[in-house]
Design a protein around this ligand. Sequence first.
Ligand SMILES: Cc1cc2nc3c(=O)[nH]c(=O)nc-3n(C[C@H](O)[C@H](O)[C@H](O)COP(=O)(O)OP(=O)(O)OC[C@H]3O[C@@H](n4cnc5c(N)ncnc54)[C@H](O)[C@@H]3O)c2cc1C
Ligand code: SF4
Length: 327
Amino acid sequence: MKAFAYVNPTTEKDAVAALGSEFEKTLPIGGGQDLLARLKDYITQPDRVVNVKNALATTVTRENGGLRLGAALKIADLAEQADVARMYPAVTAAAIEIGTPQIRNQGTVGGNLNQRPRCWYFRNEEFVCLKKGGDTCFSTTGENQFHAIFGGGPSYIVHPSSLAVPFVAYGATFRVIGPNGERLVPAADYFTGPRVNVRVENVLAPNELLTHVILPPPGAVKSGHYEVRYKTSHDWPIAFATVLLTMSGTTVQGARVVMGAVAPIPWRAQAAEQALAGRTISEETATAAAEAAVQGARPLARNGYKIQVAKTAVKRAILRAAGLPTA
Ligand SMILES: Cc1cc2nc3c(=O)[nH]c(=O)nc-3n(C[C@H](O)[C@H](O)[C@H](O)COP(=O)(O)OP(=O)(O)OC[C@H]3O[C@@H](n4cnc5c(N)ncnc54)[C@H](O)[C@@H]3O)c2cc1C
Ligand code: SF4
C-alpha cells in the first residue's frame, strides 16, 4: 500500500482539524475493516489517516426518551446493549448478523455507516469505473448479480450498511461535525444516490465526521427484521428489510417498511406501507404488501432473482413484526 501519515487525536475538534477538504486525501479510520482493505487493494490512497476511535464516543446514553450512540461504538457492543435490544430490536437484529464476531468486535457504528460499496468492479484497482472517476459503469453490461434493482444509474451499487436500514426505519438523526461546528442530518437524508454525486454515498464533506446516531423515542411499535444471504456465514445480505408496525388492537395504524441491499440507499417502500395501513396482519396481507414493495423494481440482466428475494424479506419481516411464523 502507499505510505501515509497517521494521526491519533483525542478530541472531536482535533480529529476534524486533522482532516482536509480534498476528497479521499485524508480519511478517518474506525475499526479499519473496510478502509484497510481498500488501502491494501490500492482502491483508496490517502496521504493521511486519522484515527477516530480515541476522539469519538463509544457510549450508549439515554436522551429525551431515546438513545444516543457514539460513532466509535463497536458493532459487537451495540449488538449486546440491553437498552438498544429493548427499545430498537431491529437495530440489534441487524447488528448481530453483520460479518463475523471478529468483524463486529473491530468494526464501529460510524465505519459501518460510511463503508464504501462492495461492487466488485469498485473493489478491483484494474476497473476505473464512474465511482473512481472513470467514464463507465462496468456493472451495466457485466456481472451484476448483486447490484441494485431500485434507484440505480449511473452507478448500480447497493448500499453495504446493514445498520443504515433500521436507523432509517426508526427515524434516527445523525450528528455530524465539521470545521463550522455541528449539524444534524436525518438518517433518511444522509445517504445519497448516484444521481446526486456518483463518487460518494452520503452528504458528508471530506472534512466532516459522523459523531453520533440519535434515536428518537421508539413509541409502541412492533418491529421485524429479516435478512436473506447467499450463504449464512460472514456475507452481506442479498436483500433484507426492517418493518415497523404501529397497531391499534389488531389493526395496523401505520407502517414503516425499509429495504436494504436493493438500492444505492436504504430503500423505503411506501407502497407496502400503504398496503398494510388499516389491515390485520396475516399471510395474505403480508404477501400483498411484499408484492407492493417490489413494484417498480428495475433489475439488470443478472439480478432479476433479487425481486423474489426482496419480496420474501419484506413478507417475513412483516410476519415477524406481527409475531407470526415466517415459514
Ligand atoms: C466478510 C465480511 C462480511 C461483512 N458483512 C457485513 C454485513 O452483513 N453488513 C454490514 O453492514 N457490513 C458487513 N461487513 C462490513 C463491515 O461491517 C464494515 O467493514 C465495518 O463495519 C466498517 O467499520 P470500521 O469501523 O471497521 O470502518 P473503517 O474501515 O474504519 O471505515 C470505513 C469507512 O468509513 C469512514 N469512517 C469511519 N468512521 C467514520 C466516522 N466516524 N465518520 C465518517 N466517516 C467514517 C472511513 O474513512 C472509511 O472510509 C462485512 C465485512 C466483511 C469483511
Ligand atoms: S456499479 Fe458503481 S461501483 Fe460498480 S462499476 Fe458501476 S459505477 Fe462502479
